[in-house]
Design a protein around this ligand. Sequence first.
Ligand SMILES: [Zn+2]
Length: 179
Amino acid sequence: MRVSVPAPSTPRSRGISKAGVIAAESTQGGHPTPAGYPMPSSQAVTAVMRGNRRSDTGLEVRVRSELHRRGFRFRKQLLIAACGIRVRADVAFPRQRLAIFLDGCFWHRCPEHGNSPRSNSAYWSAKLDRNVERDLKVLAALSSEGWRVLRIWEHVPADLAADQVQAALTECMAVADAC
Ligand SMILES: [Zn+2]
């Protein structure tokens, strides 16, 4: 049975996932379609892309619900502007100036699981390089305005991710108390 592929321009109904943003971008090079999106070279590649989108969103849900379970109050998808960069933090604690990004292993080139598809490789490697480059810019911009940035990989289990958030939050509060 053939699985149909959704049109790349289809907007997501809730939230702005990284995959959604990336899918909406136009591109240079590669083999773009008129919509600026390369034709998936095979159903296998399409499955990887779609799987990544799903798990990206799933990750946010899992981590947020674990944080809720522990009684944390936070903002989600908070738009932060710093040093000319505007970015949405997946989870944010504005008072403590803690911004958390939940990074998909594929989209952010996880050292353990990140890999470039062999088809349309020029397109993908440029795109993924830009993501990594932007992550570094975001880190620099937010840090320079007093934010602490925590990036958590998709492969980290939700309870461990929540532990990391809790530890970072404790540190932020300790720093604030010391001032
Ligand atoms: Zn990973």
